[in-house]
Design a protein around this ligand. Structure first.
Ligand code: IMP
Length: 194
């Protein structure tokens, strides 16, 4: 099993680049079918989704547009650091068929907030394309319309996902390796700003 070290943590191969490619192809085919004649606007959430979005959009064969949005990591003081603000929504999405592009849904808190913010802009429809989903960690109840892969509740890197800013460039997805003396999970402490 291929192992790599990123900063202080060991990771092992979990999802290969060829499985990733097949998965993205399957999602693109569904979207091409469902959105024929609808002129969809893809909204990719930075930073993590930049690679998934780039792969997905190149497999979309119908007319479409893409734009990028981001959550600020801080809004207000440190005591309110969990309250994130949506920035970069420059397109007029009123009346548009929007497809959100996200790399991972974990607890779902980030996406839940994003969906609420987006609906205020009165799009014609909103659907979600998400590459990976930690079903066991999910705390919300929105639907993932185009889901790539359901994964266990383990910290992963690669294919846009990072550990403290590192690992986004890896072509495969790696999961945190079990260590004999488990340290604190990077899940909460090592995650960089989106
Ligand atoms: P949420 O818990 O669904 O709100 O996830 C918030 C964000 O945390 C995601 O959009 C990712 O940017 C990041 N995240 C969640 N799980 C992982 C992981 O396993 N590796 C890297 N980033 C993650």
């Amino acid at each position: 099993m291929a192992r790599i070290k990123v900063k202080d943590k060991e990771f092992e191969l979990s999802i290969t680049a060829s499985v990733i490619d097949e998965t993205v192809q399957k999602l693109a085919a569904e979207i091409n079918h469902d959105y024929e004649g609808k002129d969809p606007l893809f909204l990719a959430i930075l930073n993590g989704s930049f690679i998934f979005a780039a792969d997905l959009i190149r497999k979309i064969t119908i007319p479409c547009q893409i734009s990028f949005v981001k959550f600020s990591s801080y809004s207000g003081t440190a005591s309110t650091k969990d309250v994130k603000e949506l920035i970069g929504l420059n397109e007029d999405i009123k009346g548009r068929h929007v497809i959100i592009v996200e790399d991972i849904v974990d607890t779902g808190l980030t996406m839940d907030k994003f969906l609420q913010d987006l609906k205020k802009h009165e799009p014609a429809s909103v659907k979600l394309a998400c590459f990976s989903f930690k079903k066991e960690a999910f705390k919300k109840d929105f639907n993932i319309d185009y889901l790539g892969i359901t994964i266990p509740d383990e910290f992963v890197i690669g294919y846009g996902l990072d550990y403290d800013g590192y690992g986004r460039n890896l072509q495969d997805i790696y999961k945190i390796a079990m260590s004999p003396t488990p340290g604190p999970s990077p899940k909460r402490e090592g995650r960089s700003e989106r």
